[in-house]
Write a protein that binds this ligand. Structure first.
Ligand SMILES: O=C[C@H](O)COP(=O)(O)O
Length: 321
């Protein structure tokens, strides 16, 4: 499994308010569809192990705790280089060097540490930015934070939006904000966190997704991991349908990153199923799909160990950092 090259950027387009205003989402239909994801397709044995390895390569291995230290970030980066134990990969007939994570995601304070720890690995560093997780610092401060993380070596920037722009229907303000974030990113890829758990409705999540894509975001991301409700399948389905519609109209493929509360291998398989069924194989690669997760890897490694040995080991045998 070789890491894909970064996809072309999303250039964005002018804000089309009529398109945003006409959006309707049928919540009960979306919830029904989300509920069928785990029942219609079951991924078994070798295929399941293959899908779990794919999930690892699509993972933004994350630490976003207020007690993060350089040591913790260095240990996480070591894990990012070798996310699955070599003997498990060998037993599955997979090359030792073939599996690495999509990115390591940290606060700005640890970008330099992570860049140094990942040198030569090809694994990009993603920085959360713009006063993550609330996003309420002055605009100049938020833009300066993006520029500082890019200067420190971050190749991906995960920004948070002003939720109030969505809650008041101020689409122009949201568009201008995301556009300014994108400009500040330069060549770094922009992931826009909508914090859908705070947006009230699926319709708002769809509309905010469209506006962020029109403003040129390269990925839309569900959550910071700090909201009361983070990545749910109904909200994921809604955002993925927005990016599908954006792709149909603009010809541009935008990436998707569910994040927050995704902890089990079973969850990972459900999200991959959603992507495969709604938008197809291009979204099963790190160029267009990432999990934002701090503890998912431990359960995936445990399931892979079970696949190889037939036994489950304790979680403490799979430390992440
Ligand atoms: O962006 C990633 C999230 O902050 C991770 O959330 P989590 O700790 O619930 O996995």
């Amino acid at each position: 499994m070789v890491q894909d090259p970064a996809p072309p950027r999303n250039p964005g387009m002018p804000l089309e308010l009529d398109w945003v205003e006409q959006v309707r989402v049928n919540r009960s239909a979306v919830e029904r569809r989300a509920a069928t994801l785990g029942t219609r397709r079951s991924v078994k044995k070798e295929w399941q192990a293959g899908w779990l390895l794919r999930a690892v390569t699509c993972m933004d291995l994350t630490t976003l705790a207020s007690d993060d230290t350089a040591g913790r970030v260095q240990r996480l980066c070591a894990k990012a280089r070798r996310p699955v134990r070599p003997e498990l990969l060998e037993a599955m007939g997979v090359q030792r060097t073939a599996v690495k994570v999509g990115a390591v995601c940290v606060y700005h304070a640890f970008v330099e540490t992570a860049v140094a720890a990942l040198e030569g690995s090809g694994i990009p560093v993603a920085a959360v930015s713009t006063a993550f997780p609330h996003g309420l610092a002055p605009m100049e401060t938020r833009l300066a934070e993006i520029r500082a993380s890019v200067a420190a070596g971050a190749r991906e920037i995960d920004v948070v939006i002003t939720r109030g722009h969505v809650l008041t229907g101020n689409w122009t303000a949201l568009y201008d904000e995301v556009r300014a974030f994108r400009d500040a990113c330069g060549d770094a890829h922009l992931k826009t966190i909508l914090a859908t758990g705070e947006l009230g409705t699926l319709r708002a999540a769809y509309r905010a997704s469209l506006v962020a894509m029109m403003a040129g975001t390269d990925f839309i991301k569900t959550s910071t991991g700090k909201e009361g409700v983070n990545a749910t399948l109904p909200v994921g389905l809604t955002m993925v349908r927005a990016l599908r519609e954006y792709g149909e109209r603009s010809g541009v493929s935008v990436g998707f990153k569910p994040a927050g509360g995704i902890r089990t291998a079973k969850d990972a398989l459900l999200w991959l199923t959603l992507m495969k069924e709604e938008v197809g194989d291009p979204w099963l690669h790190p160029a267009l799909f990432r999990f934002g997760a701090s503890s998912l890897l431990a359960d995936i490694e445990r399931q892979l160990e079970h696949h190889v040995t037939g036994r489950y080991s304790a979680f403490h045998r799979h430390p992440l950092a």
